[in-house]
Design a protein around this ligand. Structure first.
Ligand code: SAM
Length: 279
């Protein structure tokens, strides 16, 4: 459908500009503009925000964001074949859409945006987790963004929101939940995309905390969670042995049984362990 903006339907856009999907760029396109507008709405009110979109492709989500009234959209796309299609959207929304042909992993996006900034993206699966980790580990907190509304493989989305005791719980859950609040707001079947991926997808809405939930040194926390989940079936007194010679006393000081496994331990305890080790 094209009613949200009077531009041609996405199928026609793809045919006109020869945008056959490239697997190496993680291209699975959303063609239903009702669906892309619904994803855009998960980010909340966009009328007072600049939106960063990574990987606009033929522009389905971009059109959803603009139709939902985004103050301004900065769309960063690596594939130059998409630029003519995106230029048509710019023309339909004068002054509201800036397109940069670049690799999002190499661009300093904050320099192109005015706060408040919301990130909304149907990310290429191969760079999605890497971008998420970067956005959560800037040099200074709070980061340039207020919220992230991102499409992931459902399995990755579940790792982001996982709680202790579940198989999906690990480093990603701890990192995200330490600095932000995250919830799954939509799930999508493979058929929602062209071409259909092998797996289901989910949209995660992540809102930053102004300060991390519990005090801890980021590098120490990262080191202990890496060691704790590297061999997740091991007891912590064994998996963390390399972190400090007297690790058992630090575990006890943090209220963690040395025989426990990482997957049972809450974020608050990991932060207490990081503080004990820092002291
Ligand atoms: N947003 C569109 C949609 O929802 O239909 C396309 C989503 S598709 C899953 C991912 C898009 O990211 C593709 O257009 C691809 O070319 C682009 N892309 C892949 N790697 C990128 C990178 N490193 N930087 C910027 N864009 C990238």
């Amino acid at each position: 459908m094209s009613a949200i903006d009077g531009l041609p339907p996405l199928r026609a856009v793809i045919a006109t500009h020869g945008l056959s999907a490239k697997k190496q760029l993680g291209q699975n396109f959303l063609l239903d503009l009702n669906l892309t507008a619904k994803i855009a709405r998960q980010a909340g009110d966009l009328t007072q925000a600049d939106v960063l979109e990574v990987g606009p492709g033929p522009g389905g989500l971009t059109r959803g964001l603009l139709a939902e009234g985004a103050r301004r959209v900065l769309a960063v796309e690596k594939d130059p074949r998409c630029l003519p299609a995106l230029a048509e959207i710019s023309d339909a929304y004068p002054g509201q859409l800036e397109v940069i042909n670049a690799d999002a992993l190499e661009l300093d996006v904050a320099a192109h945006l005015t706060p408040p900034i919301k990130v909304v993206a149907n990310l290429p699966y191969n760079v999605g987790t890497e971008l998420l980790v970067r956005w959560l580990t800037p040099r200074q907190w709070p980061p340039f963004w207020q919220s992230l509304t991102l499409m992931f493989q459902k399995e990755v989305a579940e790792r982001i929101v996982a709680k202790p005791g579940s198989k999906a719980y690990g480093r990603l859950a701890l990192l995200v939940q330490w600095r932000a609040e995250a919830r799954i707001v939509m799930t999508l079947p493979p058929e929602a995309f062209i071409p259909a991926p092998k797996v289901h997808s989910a949209v995660v809405h992540i809102t930053r905390r102004e300060a991390p939930l519990y005090p801890a040194d980021e590098r120490i926390l990262s080191r202990i969670t890496a060691a704790a989940f590297n061999q997740r079936r091991k007891m912590l007194r064994a998996s963390l042995r390399g972190v400090a010679p007297d690790i058992e006393s630090h575990l006890l000081a943090a209220g963690i049984p040395p025989t426990a496994r990482g997957e049972e331990i809450e974020l608050e305890r990991f932060c207490a362990l990081a503080r004990s080790l820092a002291g």
